[in-house]
Design a protein around this ligand. Sequence first.
Ligand code: DON
Length: 582
Amino acid sequence: MLRIKIARATWRTLSRLAPFARVALLSCIALLPQALCAGATGAATAPPRHAAVAAPDEFGARTAMEVMKHGGNAVDAAVATAFVLAVTYPEAGNLGGGGFMMIYEHGKGSFLDYRETAPAAAKRNMYLDDRGEVIKDASVIGPRAAGVPGTVAGLWAAHQRYGRRPWRGLLQPAIALARDGFAASSPLARRIEDARGSYAGLTNFDRYYGQVRAGERFRQPELAATLERIAAHGADGFYHGRTSQRLVAQMRPAGLITLRDLAGYKVKWREPLTADWRGMTLLTAPLPSSGGFALIELLRMHDALGAQFAGLGHNSAQYVHLIAEMEKRVFADRAEYLGDPDFVHVPIEKLIDPDYIARRAAEVRPHEISPVGSVKPGLAEGMHTTHFSILDADGNAVANTYTLNDWFGDGVVVEGAGFLLNNEMDDFSAKPGVPNMYGVVGGTANAIEPGKRMLSSMSPTIALKSGHVVLVAGTPGGSTIFTSVFQTMLNIYDFHMSAQQAVAAGRFHHQLLPPDRIVYSICCALSSESIAGLRALGYNPQPSAWEFGDVQAIVVDDDGTLSAGSDPRGRGQAIVETMTPR
Ligand code: DON
């Protein structure tokens, strides 16, 4: 018998909302039955089944659950949630960005790549000055930092292939929240306040978001109208007609995206990167994400070093050291080999080959730090993204990570359409060896080329046992994404933490450069013993400058127990509910 754990009780959700937010959410949910219920069937005698969601805010989480309660599957729930987050989580939820969706539906995994692409007019050296130096913030702020957005095409493609409920209905919660407004949370108001300074005088960010105050209703009428066009015309409502014209007009004076770029944008269906790990089949992100490769390399290196890890305490100095040694090697490989597989040949099979990984693991120095210069690629990457995980009552799952890159992207709002544009161009390597905003470097494999997808770290991941979903997980965090997913998995499978404990636990991160620096979660520092032990080894452990990661995970235990956890670093919510047979 399935037991249910509710990470944050569903019934508390509405009571925690300010009254007007409650009205807005209820009104949008009220739209769902009309939009979603028609034609729903189901045997009244079916046993109770359960569905789960972990999402970065309560609007997203509630929307997913309501869609599933009204006959939608995990993909329907994902589509509706992604549109809602574009309204209520504007720092990362988006129409003007891109992402990846891992789908497990009727026993088959598929990976939807709706990553942004470089505009046709992009040039390899477009962010370098006359002396060949990287121009500060050129790939980060303003219209020139934006790649061709993929989100709307992605959600449309996912729905076309897997959706069960009508498209138009799935957009109604987002439209209602944009039109009628919602109560801005304090974390959202704080993030906006922080961002205003960086965009001041450079973009129109302040005009659209400057009036947001915690607890006050925030309405976005232009965004509501854009969503209406998408609801009415599908992806064409974004890539053609008024929305596309407004977007291109917003490119002046420096941006590169043209109507032709928009009309030509295509999603890619890719095979998930798969790996066996401890009796599970992992379905994780293939290129152009580095995340899946890195997650597999880390998990397999960890197990190859099993004897070294035996008995080590969670986040003890030695545990952190071994993982930092592994992470060095992963980041060296990432910088050298990885880029868009449609443009560069990447020896991915070799990089996840168990023998190769065993050899990399053997290079780990158990009691001392490998100097940065000695860690070479083994064969001959602020801050902002968001993730949600959904498991429906039929066992179908979606792990979706999408992003504007930095919080609020390039700070440019498309006037007349009300949405922010990404600054994903910064994920390319502007110049070999020069770190991007996440401090990661890259080489020619990730150089800018027209139409190319920039290398990502996003790692939406689903794990299966005997064909059944046992884990749905992912997080934002730039270059810390796959190291956070990796640590969450070890927390679950080695330290036997619950889903909520696993996402909440303190994390750390090392990425080869800067040398010997280990950053750890601000909320939950490493213990003083671990810090002293790491200093004795020669590391420079320090609290991260930003609270990395907002892990959203759903876990199914061996006994069938379903649980979900939403990282307390964010403002998310995890819900597990019984689905009433329809
Ligand atoms: O694709 C990537 O790897 C980055 N653009 C992700 C950015 C991100 O996670 C920001 N979140 N905190």
